[in-house]
Design a protein around this ligand. Structure first.
Ligand code: F3S
Length: 106
């Protein structure tokens, strides 16, 4: 599967959604996840993310490993999204900030 990691939080650019052939993205208030049961590992979303937040599972950085489980946990809770929308208002300011996990809304 592919995994959405921390830098999506408070950005949620949603460019990833438009290119997904299987609509496997799920949306929460300020973060997206990938449903691991639906993702076909096509990887087309990776270069679309302005926050570089998406990785193949085997490439998830060491300090982002918790997001593998978090995507699986939140996929059934969050809502399906298949069309891009406006990013969160302060997305550009939050892009690249660290320690954003504390701001994750469920
Ligand atoms: Fe998040 Fe990047 Fe998609 S910021 S919503 S994973 S384009």
């Amino acid at each position: 599967t592919h995994v959405v990691t921390e830098n999506c939080i408070k950005c949620k650019f949603t460019d990833c959604v438009d290119v997904c052939p299987v609509d496997c993205f799920r949306e929460g208030p300020n973060f997206l996840v990938i449903d691991p049961d639906e993702c076909i590992d096509c990887a087309v979303c990776i270069p679309e993310c302005p926050a570089n937040a998406i990785f193949a599972e085997e490439d998830v950085p060491e300090d982002q490993q918790a997001f593998i489980e978090l995507n699986a946990e939140l996929a059934p809770v969050f809502t399906s999204i298949s069309r891009a929308k406006e990013p969160l208002p302060d997305a550009d300011e939050w892009n690249g900030k660290t320690d954003k996990l504390q701001y994750l809304e469920r």
